[in-house]
Design a protein around this ligand. Structure first.
Ligand SMILES: [Fe+2]
Ligand SMILES: [Fe+2]
Length: 272
């Protein structure tokens, strides 16, 4: 099967990059599934029912989140109601709305998606490695699941790299999110898991990780607040990763996707 994963959608520019390019890409690459991290979709912080609907309506199947999951109060009910939205699976069990993993029937394929939050340089939740082991055991790849996609939302490259190693051979893709800058380590690990330390963001790269440059630069230079962070509004780049798997759910091809906006472009060629 063939699927794509896109990193953190930041504000309107990010949503426009998704709605503008995903429908065509889905057709051109014969994508069976599209997964998108939407933790910054609503004004840069969290998501709302309307922003989630915008992404689903253009052909996204599952939305993952991260440390900004609950930033927008309007998003809390939709996270709880809509099975297609995942927040990290290592929030304290039974005390937080929503779910952290889901087994989805998408186009006849059983696809397990897991969202998990790292602990290095972040607010610490439960152990992400224990949480992912639990979710993998619920729907093993090649047995219950045709594909397993792990979105490791974390600050430290080492922690994401370790998650890739630990899941190698048991997931189709382990991809990092949260840094908003794509890494150049796209590869298939020895056991057959596609991996990239960070997917990059869908948003305007003429910014500081998606935000208008002025406020973050001011804070770095002065350690003082001048105003609020607001998403940059120039043309966004659709930024993520394309994966093809074999009958066992392991990766046989992986390529970065970068379309539109300021980043150097990368568009996988369609295969017969
Ligand atoms: Fe983010
Ligand atoms: Fe984040």
């Amino acid at each position: 099967m063939r699927f794509a994963f896109f990193g953190d959608v930041v504000g309107r520019s990010g949503r426009l990059a998704v709605t503008r390019h995903v429908p065509r890409l889905r057709e051109d690459l014969s994508l069976d599934a599209v997964i998108v991290n939407a933790e910054n979709a609503a004004g840069g912080f969290g998501l709302t029912r309307a922003t989630a609907a915008e992404l689903f309506d253009c052909g996204v199947d599952v939305l993952t989140l991260g440390n900004h999951s609950f930033d927008n109060p309007q998003g809390i009910t939709v996270i709880d109601d809509d099975q297609r939205i995942l927040r990290p699976c290592n929030y304290p069990a039974g005390q937080v709305p929503g779910r952290g993993a889901g087994l989805y029937d998408i186009g006849g394929y059983q696809i397990l998606v897991i969202n998990v939050l790292g602990r290095v340089f972040m607010d610490a939740l439960d152990d992400p490695f224990v949480a992912v082991e639990r979710e993998l055991a619920n729907a093993p790849l090649g047995d219950v699941a045709d594909a397993v996609i792990v979105d490791m939302h974390a600050e430290a490259t080492s922690e994401k790299n370790a998650m890739g190693v630990i899941c190698d051979g048991r997931a189709s893709l382990v991809v990092g999110t949260h840094q908003h800058i794509p890494t150049a380590d796209t590869r298939i690990l020895p056991g057959g898991t596609a991996y990239q330390t960070d997917a990059g963001m869908c948003g305007d790269y003429d910014s500081v990780i998606g935000m208008d440059k002025e406020e973050p630069v001011h804070r770095f230079k002065t350690r003082m607040r001048q105003g609020r962070f607001s998403p940059a509004s120039g043309e966004g780049t659709l930024c993520g990763i394309y994966v093809e798997t074999n009958s066992k759910g392991l990766a046989v091809r992986v390529e970065p996707i970068r379309i539109g906006g300021q980043l150097a472009q990368s568009r996988p060629k369609a295969q017969p």
